[in-house]
Design a protein around this ligand. Sequence first.
Ligand SMILES: [Zn+2]
Length: 65
Amino acid sequence: MADELAFKRWKSLEPGIRKKLESNVFCRKCGVTTIVDYEVEYTNSQFTLKGSCQKCHGPVARVVD
Ligand SMILES: [Zn+2]
């Protein structure tokens, strides 16, 4: 799915749910962290968030079922 549509779909989720998912991402350096500046992909009914760790700015990703 095109990124724009994926992003739209992501934005249609409840803000509270999105926030919870954004703030529960695993970073190899920091452990549980918040993802920032991320892109959204949507494939096989799953969102994939790809962005940066809020603490160390390293790359982090999260798959959301
Ligand atoms: Zn980190």
